[in-house]
Design a protein around this ligand. Structure first.
Ligand SMILES: C[S@@+](CC[C@H](N)C(=O)[O-])C[C@H]1O[C@@H](n2cnc3c(N)ncnc32)[C@H](O)[C@@H]1O
Length: 281
């Protein structure tokens, strides 16, 4: 693998005992700020050191300091884990599990069938799929591991040869929107495709506004883009005024190569007071 695979001791005393004690609105505000700052940091980090002027260096230092002040990735993960708690409606894995039971009825209903190999990218807890341990074998990983059972690994740096067609299911739940660079989002989808066995499934969860209120993305465009990567959509769930959109895709087999050219550049699809979420292939 490209980057550190070391396992860590938990940064919290107990991941599973998180409670919803924090105020949701204040928390969301800090999470939004962290998103902006992490994106800014990624853009500045991408400038080669020899090309950075004094102003860039100072802005980068200030950005890092501000991220630390707000609690950094650890705070972000802690708050996201609280948002996943059963008292706030639970995590998206509940949706994934119900769809996987439909997609793999034989596996979901007996213990005697082969286990599904599921790669959970962006795992805040090691036990999200515990209720399915008879038929799903999960490998949870995250950029920053909060538990010894979660592999510390950047998905973008996973060994492509080692992982090619290794996984039955890949989960990218609230992960694409975390990646600051639209090209990295596209790369994540491409890697998920390569890592899946033919006919395997990708579970995708995104904040609803990323699709419904973006200048650059619509439901139709997302479907076309996923199609170009090699995926067919099999499930979709969202509701007007809701927070999330959940999608399940299947990796097509014997697919004719599709042109990704029209998804390589930003194209404004809607004007107005919109966000800038975008995926580039
Ligand atoms: C908002 S949390 C989502 C957690 C959980 N999957 C959920 O649906 O609630 C996003 C997580 O994705 C992780 N993440 C983002 N980019 C990643 C990458 N390239 N590789 C591994 N983990 C990543 C972040 O560290 C963070 O813990």
């Amino acid at each position: 693998m490209g980057k550190s695979r070391r396992k860590k001791t938990p940064v919290t005393t107990s991941v599973t005992k998180s409670t919803s004690s924090s105020k949701p609105e204040a928390t969301r505000k800090v999470i939004r700020q962290l998103h902006v700052l992490l994106k800014q940091k990624a853009q500045l980090d991408a400038i080669p050191i020899q090309k950075r002027d004094a102003m860039t260096v100072k802005t980068l230092e200030d950005t890092k300091a501000h991220i630390d002040e707000l609690g950094g990735l650890e705070f972000y993960q802690r708050m996201s884990a609280i948002g996943q708690g059963p008292d706030r409606g639970g995590g998206s894995e509940k949706v994934a599990i119900s769809w996987l039971k439909e997609a793999y009825p034989a596996n979901g209903n007996t213990d005697s069938k082969p286990m599904l190999n599921l790669l959970e990218v962006g795992a805040l807890k090691p036990d999200n799929y515990d209720s399915c341990r008879g038929w799903i074998k999960v490998t949870p990983l995250d950029l920053h591991s909060r538990h010894p059972g979660i592999l510390e690994q950047d998905f973008l740096l996973m060994d492509e040869t080692e992982n090619r067609e290794k996984w039955d299911v890949v989960s990218l739940s609230l992960v694409l929107n975390f990646a600051p660079d639209p090209k990295d989002r596209g790369r994540m989808l491409g890697l998920a495709y390569d890592f899946l066995v033919p006919g395997g499934h990708l579970f995708l969860a995104l904040p609803l506004p990323c699709v419904m209120n973006s200048r650059y993305l619509t439901c139709e465009k997302l479907t076309a883009l996923m199609n170009a990567v090699g995926f067919s959509q099999v499930q979709e769930r969202w509701k007007a005024g809701g927070k999330m959109i959940y999608l399940l895709y299947q990796k097509r087999t014997q697919t004719a190569p599709q042109s990704t050219e029209s998804f390589a550049k930003k194209v404004v699809l809607r004007q107005g007071d919109r966000n800038n979420f975008c995926i580039l292939l």
